[in-house]
Unconditional design. Structure first.
Length: 176
């Protein structure tokens, strides 16, 4: 079976394209219709935008929307409600990975063995890398997988996501 010619660059190219499109829409003011629609929902819109803040392809758009929403909403409230929305999307990924038995079925013939951390040092490294990824404005899929493999308790995962997303959204709303 042959691999498609562009199979290795399609996802990064798609992400870069969405990033450029979002930046273009933001800089030209054309993103206003989407922001107005979400902004009209007030804090419910901030919650919905928080859900999009955690997924890879929608992170740039959510960052732009949080930046615009911070002009009319209190940044502390915006960060708290947006972080609450981000918990939902991150927890979906986390609970899926945490329930895995250590293998991912790619096709009928191929599976990937996912290593689980063994030892205190490996578990600490997983926590640090997962936490740093969560606090960054980068997509959270990797952090949710890392922390799910760590078998982190749900309470601690939700707390870590809330704190990191609160700080991230607050930084975005303070800068933009």
């Amino acid at each position: 079976m042959r691999k498609p010619l562009l199979s290795g660059i399609c996802k990064p190219a798609m992400y870069f394209g969405i990033l450029l499109l979002t930046l273009l829409l933001y800089m030209t003011g054309m993103i206003g219709w989407w922001v107005n629609a979400i902004g009209a929902l007030g804090y419910i819109g901030a919650f919905i935008n928080g859900i999009f803040y955690s997924y890879g392809l929608t992170t740039p758009l959510a960052l732009a929307i949080f930046g615009v929403m911070s002009d009319t909403m209190d940044p502390l409230h915006l960060a708290a409600i947006g972080a609450s929305g981000a918990i939902i999307s991150d927890y979906l990924i986390f609970s899926f990975v945490r329930g895995m038995n250590g293998t991912i079925k790619v096709s009928d013939k191929h599976t990937i063995k996912v290593p689980r951390p063994k030892g205190a040092l490996a578990k600490a490294v997983y926590m640090v890398v997962g936490g740093l990824t969560l606090i960054s404005p980068f997509p959270d899929e990797m952090a949710a997988v890392i922390l799910g493999l760590r078998r982190l308790d749900s309470f601690w995962f939700v707390s870590l996501v809330f704190i990191s997303k609160f700080v991230g959204i607050l930084m975005v709303s303070a800068v933009l």
